[in-house]
Design a protein around this ligand. Sequence first.
Ligand code: MCA
Ligand code: AMP
Length: 509
Amino acid sequence: MTHHNLFAALRAAFPDALDEVAVETGDGLLYSWRDLEHGSAMMANLLQSLNLPEGARIAVQVEKSVEAMVLYLATLRAGYVFLPLNTAYQSLEIAYFIGNAEPAVVVCSRANFGWVSKIAFKAGTQHVFTLDDDRTGSLLERAAHCSDQHEVVPRQPGDMAAILYTSGTTGRSKGAMLSHGNLLSNARVLQDYWGWRTREEGGDVLIHALPIFHVHGLFIAIHGALINGSKMIWLSKFEPKKVVEKLPQATVFMGVPTLYVRLLAEPGLTIDACRNMRLFIAGSAPLLIETFREWQARTGHTILERYGMSETAMLTSNPYQGERRGGTVGFALPGVSLRVVGDDGQPLPAGEIGNIQVKGPNVFQGYWRMPEKTAEEFTTDGYFKTGDVGKIDADGYITIVGRSKDLIISGGYNVYPAEIESYINELPGVAESAVVGVPHPDFGEVGVAVVIARPGATLDAARIVAGMKSKLANFKVPKQCFVVSELPRNTMGKVQKNVLREQYKALFA
Ligand code: MCA
Ligand code: AMP
C-alpha cells in the first residue's frame, strides 16, 4: 500500500510522456518528468542506504534549486520527514532548530558546511551533506552512485511528512508536524478549487518564484503543479523583470503581496504580457485593496486571495468561478470547518469580529515534542485556534481584520516581536524594549524597535540594529530603532503596543 504516501500521488500525476519538460529554470535549463522521477529515486536510495531510524528528520538549509526540490520529493518517497530551514537563519537560529528536531541528516550549502556541521554533529546528527544551487555538492556526488529505480515507501495518512517551524509568540519556535494526509488532502482540494486545467483542457504552467522553505512555495506551489502534471517555470530568486518576461509562457502565478507590489512597479506588466495567464493567487499576508485594484486595472486580472498557515496549509480561498472580493480571503475550502468565536468560545453571528478557529483534514498533527502547547492551541471539540481575528459576512466571505497573536508579517515572513525583544533585552545597558509592526509600502509591515536604557547607560540605536544583523535572520531585524525614556503603559503596567503602533505608523508612509 503506497498510495497514502504523498509522493505516490504526485508521481501518479506525471504525464505518460516522461520526456516532456517538467521544469524550466530561469537560466533555460530543462528538467524532464523522468529527471524528477530518477533524481528523487537516486536521492531516496541514498537516504535509505544510511539506515536511518523510522521518522528520521532530514533538515535542509540550501539555496533554491530544482535539486533542492528533488531532495524534498526524495525525502517523501523514502518515508522520512522533511525539515526546511530559511536560508536567512544564522547560527543561533540553526542551533535551536537542529537541537530541537534532532535530524538524522542535515543538508547545507558548502559555504556554511563548517559551522552547520559543527552544530549538527554536536546535536547527534550522523550525516551532513552539501548541496549548492549550481548542481554541485556531496549529496549529488553520493546520489550519483545510487540506483534510479526506487519503490515508494508506504505511509499512512497520519504519518509525518514534514516539520515546519513557526516562530513562537512566547519563547522559542514550535515545529508544526504535517502529515502525508494533511498535505495530500489540501493539494487535491486546491487542484479542484483553483480549476487547474487538465492536459486535454490545454494544461497549466506555473511561474514558481517563491522560496521553498515555507508552506507557500514548498507545498502550495510545488504540489499544485505536480499533482496536476503541470510544468513549472522555476526562478531561483524573485526578480520582477524576469517574472514579467516569463508571463507570456505561463498561466498561473502565486505570490505574497510584496511580489505583487514590486511587479506593479514594472512598466512591462501589461494586459498583453498577461494574455495567456489564467490565475494570479496571493496569500501569506494581507493584500491591500489598492494593490488588488491596481492589478485589475493594469492586467485585467482579478487576484484570487487565499488564507492559510504553516499549521494548516490552506484554509480559505476566494472562488475561482464567482466574485473574488478584494480585502477578503473568500470562503472556507471544502472539508474545512471555520468558525468565528467570541472570547467565551461561542460562535458569533455573521458580521461580528472574533477569533478564527478551524478544523479539517489539513490541520496539523501537533507541535513537535510540545504536547502541552499543542493541547492549549486546540479547543475541547477539536478546533485549532489560529490566533487570527476576523469575521464572516452574510454572504459567507471571510475577512481577516487582525491578529490576537503578537506577530508582524513582513514581506510574507513572520517575525515574532517577543523573539526580537528578548534579544534586545539581553544587550548591555538595555532596560526594556518593545517591537511593533508598522505599515510599509514594500513589505506591507516592518518591525520598529523602541528601547529604554538602564539608568546611567547610553544606548546607540544604530549599533543595536547593526548588532542584530549579525545574529538574527535579516528579515527579522527592525528597520528602525528608537531609544526613548519611557514606554506607554496601561494601568496594569503593560506596554501599550497599540499606542506605539499609532505613534510610528507614518514612519515609512
Ligand atoms: C528581505 N528583506 C526583508 C524581507 N526580505 N525585510 C523584511 N521582510 C522581508 N520579507 C530585507 C533584507 O533584510 C535585506 O536588508 C534586504 O531586504 C535585501 O534582502 P534580499 O534577500 O535581497 O531581499 P529580496 O530578495 O528582495 O526579498 C524580498 C522578498 C522575500 C522577495 C519579498 O522576502 C520573499 O521571498 N518573501 C516571500 C516569503 C514567503 O514565501 N512567505 C510564505 C510563508 P538588509 O540589506 O538591510 O539586510 S508561508 C505562509 O505564510 C502561509 C502558510 C501562507 O499563507 O502562505
Ligand atoms: P505562517 O506562520 O507563516 O504560517 O503564517 C500564517 C499567518 O499568515 C496566518 O495566521 C495569518 O495571520 C497570515 N496570513 C496568511 N494568509 C493571509 C491572508 N491572505 N491575509 C491575511 N493574513 C494572512
